[in-house]
Design a protein around this ligand. Structure first.
Ligand SMILES: Cc1ncc(COP(=O)(O)O)c(C=O)c1O
Length: 379
């Protein structure tokens, strides 16, 4: 242990100051322009962001919306998913994945996860399909795409929509067996993204976007975003206010220029952990055809709670994403699931711990974090 690792330092789980400082002037200037312009609703920055996200994800259409949760809701509204429909998804995700299905009156049908990637286990999906199934909603958890080749084949065979919950995965690539390379958001019927501030591309508040190659779906969703209006005060659908703020869109157009740089920084920190954390520690298991953008770097250990306390004591930021699998949440009791129904999701909820991975971590912070994690497992 060198002098630096010996003295206690504070390693935050995420430090947005360090991300903003270098681009502060660009953002401030953009904000001033937008305040001068005052087109706070549906301003030109919204369209600009949509065009840029289409280019970035290589999709034909994008619609900016108010959050990642609203991206999920509006996608399902666009696909007419509601009462008496079933949507197959993962029980190991952020609440919104499943909350949005339930809010529309549809039934969330859970499918256990692959214990390595924490993503939905594609081998188990077909056994969950019934005559009521309308869609599969894979979640690209922590920044790694789900097993989309298999999921696409199942969806095609059973004529189901695929709603990608890509909230954590803007920019994540997925390579098919024929070597075709596509990005998250271009791997299903519709892709849903969140710009929550802690995402790799984070807004200064709530924001989200959907991407699709389906022109009719795009047009319907654009309409749903504005209360279902086809022209002023003519409502074809019962939509809502799902609009993306002009100000958030403007900030995001600037930050998007730095997104790949952000990914590279996270990848390089992950490489550091992969080589400096003891071999016996279970680090993220990343398939070679679906490299992660590391929205989270997540360890898995039976000693998770003790590790969490230890890291907290040594002022190393950490968090459990997610401590309770969704089938065991109180609000979903009505679905009738029980403990033991999805053993891998339950095990993950008991064993995962995410550690700092943000781009601007210093070498000293990485060293300090590795030193203490290794010490914990030695002890
Ligand atoms: C997997 C997943 N789905 C959905 C969401 C919802 O996004 P938002 O917080 O922007 O509504 C999030 C974001 O936290 C998420 O991580």
């Amino acid at each position: 242990m060198n002098q630096k690792t010996a003295s206690q330092i504070n390693v935050p789980l995420l430090d947005l100051n360090r991300q903003y400082d270098p681009i502060k002037n660009d953002i401030t200037n953009k904000l001033l322009t937008m305040f001068d312009d005052k087109r706070f609703i549906n301003g030109p920055e919204v369209t600009e962001l949509e065009e840029k996200i289409c280019q970035y994800t290589n999709t034909n259409y994008a619609v900016g919306v108010s959050s990642g949760s609203d991206a999920l809701i509006i996608s399902m509204m666009g696909l007419d998913i509601g009462q008496n429909d079933e949507v197959i998804t993962s029980p190991f995700s952020f609440f919104a994945t499943v909350g949005c299905i339930a809010r529309l009156g549809a039934k969330p049908v859970f499918c256990d996860i692959d214990p390595n990637t924490f993503n939905i286990d594609s081998k188990q999906i077909e056994s969950k399909i019934t005559s009521k199934t309308k869609a599969i909603m894979p979640v690209h958890l922590f920044g790694q795409c789900a097993d989309m080749e298999a999921i696409q084949a199942i969806a095609k065979k059973h004529n189901l929509a695929i709603i990608e919950d890509a909230a954590q995965a803007l920019g994540a690539n997925y390579q098919f067996a024929d070597k075709a390379l596509k990005k998250a958001g271009n791997l299903g019927t519709i892709g849903c993204f969140s710009f929550f501030p802690s995402k790799n591309l984070g807004a200064c508040g709530d924001a989200g976007i959907v991407t699709t190659n389906d022109k009719d779906l795009y047009e319907k969703i654009k309409c749903l975003r504005m209360h279902g209006e086809t022209q002023r005060y003519h409502h074809k659908y019962i939509g809502g206010n799902f609009r993306l703020d002009t100000i958030q869109a403007g900030i995001l157009t600037i930050k998007l220029n730095y997104l790949d740089e952000q990914h590279n920084g996270r990848q390089s920190n992950a490489n550091y952990y992969n080589t400096h954390l003891a071999e016996t520690i279970q680090k993220p298991i990343i398939n070679s055809n679906s490299p992660s953008i590391y929205n989270q770097y997540t360890l898995k250990t039976a000693k998770r709670d003790a590790l969490k306390d230890y890291l907290t004591k040594h002022t190393i930021g950490n968090n459990i994403y997610y401590p309770i699998p969704l089938h065991l949440q109180e609000c979903f009791t009505y679905l009738g699931y029980q403990e033991g129904d999805f053993p891998e999701a339950e095990k993950a909820a008991n064993q995962v711990l995410s550690i700092p991975i943000f781009t601007e971590l210093t070498k000293e912070e990485l060293e300090y974090t590795c030193y203490h994690i290794n010490q914990f497992f030695k002890g």
